[in-house]
Design a protein around this ligand. Sequence first.
Ligand code: FES
Length: 96
Amino acid sequence: MKPAFRNLSPEAPCVEILWDGAPLQLPNGANLAGALLAAGIGTFRKTPVSGAPRAPYCMMGSCYDCLVTIAGVTRQACQVTVSAGLVVAPAGGSDA
Ligand code: FES
């Protein structure tokens, strides 16, 4: 399936991050939520009650559907900039 988002600056230098333990090349300095969506990542977390998959919605820090853990700290991906070496995982873990 074709991602709903695309990188508007494909010439931007990429850096490596880890997404859920797997290496991923993302544009340096890009918005993390947008870059993950453009890379085809569709589930950032799951709801604690029903387990429904969630992905970024507002892209401005209001909805909290973009929660991920970065180096073990829960963060809003839409409020983080891509930089080399980020260790990112779905909030609550892969099975959350
Ligand atoms: S996308 Fe809504 S808080 Fe990040």
